[in-house]
Write a protein that binds this ligand. Structure first.
Ligand code: GLC
Length: 541
């Protein structure tokens, strides 16, 4: 298995050199030493390509141009160069399920140019209405009517993000050209945005039971498309690393996409473990995370992926998820313990671990006071739908827990104005009010900080192949613990994600084990403290 630790940057809120109030590429360059010091191997950067920014850059207007708010191509080239000097590799986000409606291709499609209409999915109205009853993931219908053409076009996300028609061979060639363009710029990997949605159905029909996702997720040709990209681009250089975002994909399919022998993708992000606080599988609901389901999913997916030589991406945070510490932890009484245990426990499993900016210092969700505070288009769109049936207060409570805005506040670098993120006085982005207490500067020299613990975990994972290649096993009767075994060595990783002590029934003898990591000063074999995480190791015969 590749031995990697990957750090995700959401550029607009990472760091700014300048005073426009938006993070930029120069800002990323100036923090490369910080990232190197953290110990990671690669950086995944969310889109910096030209975009009207309806969906924070996931609506691409030009795949080969840098958006001016982030800098220019020269800046990007310097970034790659400076990263290489530090032996850090860059992964970029590739959004090939849809473009922005401002993309030249779509503009020409709207102009009735047949060639470009075939790049997208246009359908005739049925009885004067939408071709199907499917819902957009951003709220409302996923069809938009164009009076001039008397047709609807498909948009699984906002209406400003028309879906592309992957069946079109000419378009497939364009995709290859774009990926090669970035390879030539020195990029060493790609994160494929919502790639499980590329292959659309032959027949479009109403979904009588759901929102339509059953009709277009993991479509018929999806594996052909992955193979095609693999043959033409990914396999050309062994340094290239790919990770596909595949929410709502079944285990069987996920296994296939990231199975080494299948030569499609190197790994996948699956999301089931982050849906354990969805009531009836509905994101826009509030529920305490069901830790038993979380645990069962870990066991099931880890074991299957191991048995099938397939690779999972390990993550608890990204730009679309509320902060895991606020979701699974106790930020009031056990902030340090929650941050460290959630991270260590999940990133020492089998797979490729990812960190999302700010989690390494224990950044938390924001404190929203009204529905109008939210900026993210997904939150705004879904709030509108929810208000049809729920009260304002109920909707506000759901958004507070589920909105992606929680992850999109600015990085907390220090305790000065704007948390040191940008020099501008007039910050339009979210800033968490706790930045004076939670920031990089206050943790970097402190050996007992969240940041220092993250560094220890990263180092352990990257320098000891027990944690990368070791066989993973789950104990039958004991939740929240697993072992990794390699040759004559074995490690056990134990945690407790409750704010009370739990008893442990592991039948192990204390004096045989060495403590490798512990987020408390002591360790009692029978009683695991709230949000404690411990890594133990011993030799075996
Ligand atoms: C992915 C991105 C998300 C975006 C969506 C549409 O899920 O991570 O931020 O809104 O795709 O591109």
């Amino acid at each position: 298995m590749r031995n990697e630790f990957i750090y995700q940057i959401f550029p607009q809120t990472f760091y700014e050199i300048g005073n426009s109030g938006i993070g930029n590429i120069k800002g990323i360059i100036s923090k490369l030493d910080y990232l190197k010091d953290l110990g990671i191997t690669r950086i995944w950067i969310s889109p910096v390509t030209k975009s009207p920014f309806k969906d924070s850059g996931y609506d691409v207007q030009d795949y080969c141009e840098i958006d001016e708010k982030f800098g220019d191509m020269k800046d990007f080239e310097v970034l790659v160069l400076e990263a290489k000097k530090r032996n850090l590799k860059i992964i970029i986000d590739i959004v090939f399920n849809h473009t922005s409606n401002k993309h030249e291709w779509f503009k020409r499609a709207l102009n009735n140019e047949e060639k470009y209409m075939n790049y997208y999915i246009f359908k005739d109205p049925i009885d004067g209405k939408e071709p199907t009853n499917w819902k957009s993931k951003m709220g409302g219908s996923c069809w938009e009517y164009v009076p001039k053409l008397n047709k609807y076009y498909l948009h699984l996300f906002t209406k400003e993000q028309p879906d592309l028609n992957w069946e079109n061979k000419e378009l497939q060639k364009k995709f290859i050209e774009i990926l090669n363009f970035w390879r030539e710029k020195g990029v060493d990997g790609f994160r494929l945005d919502v790639c499980n949605l590329y292959s659309k159905p032959k027949v479009y029909e109403n979904d009588l039971f759901g929102d339509g996702r059953g009709f277009y997720t993991d479509g018929e040709h999806i594996e052909e498309y992955f193979k095609m990209l693999n043959i033409n681009v990914f396999s050309k250089d062994k340094e290239i690393f790919t990770v596909g975002e595949v929410s709502s994909t079944t285990k069987e399919k996920s296994l296939r996409y990231a199975k080494t022998e299948n030569e499609q993708l190197d790994s996948i992000f699956t999301f089931l473990h982050l849906k354990v606080d969805y009531k009836d599988n509905n994101k826009w609901s509030n529920m305490k995370p069901d830790l038993n389901s979380f645990w069962e999913l870990q066991k099931e997916w880890q074991t299957c992926f191991q048995n099938n030589n397939s690779t999972l991406a390990l993550f608890m945070n990204n730009h679309d998820q509320p902060r895991a510490i606020s979701r699974f932890g106790d930020t009031i009484n056990f902030w340090y313990e929650s941050a460290t245990s959630i991270f260590a426990f999940t990133s020492l499993m089998r797979g490729i671990p990812f960190i999302y900016q700010g989690e390494e210092i224990g950044m938390t969700n924001l404190n929203f006071e009204s529905i109008s505070d939210f900026k993210d288009i997904e939150s705004i769109g879904n709030a509108k739908d929810l208000l049809n049936t729920l009260s304002e207060e109920e909707v506000l409570n759901i958004l507070r827990a589920k909105s992606r805005d929680n992850a999109r506040s600015v990085m907390q670098w220090d305790n000065t104005e704007n948390s040191g993120f940008s020099k501008t006085k007039d910050l339009k982005l979210f800033l968490n009010e706790n930045y004076k207490r939670i920031n990089v500067q206050s943790q970097i020299k402190d050996r007992n900080s969240v940041l220092s613990f993250y560094k220890k975990v990263i180092k352990l994972r990257l320098t000891d192949n027990l944690y990368c290649d070791g066989n993973i096993n789950f104990f039958k009767e004991q939740e929240y613990s697993y072992s990794r075994t390699l040759n004559n060595r074995k490690a056990i990783i134990i945690t407790n994600w409750n704010n009370y002590d739990i008893n442990l029934n592991l039948e192990i003898k204390r004096n045989e084990w060495k403590i490798i990591l512990n987020n408390y000063d002591d360790f009692n074999f029978n009683l695991i403290k709230p949000y404690q995480v411990i890594v133990l190791e011993r030799n075996i015969k």
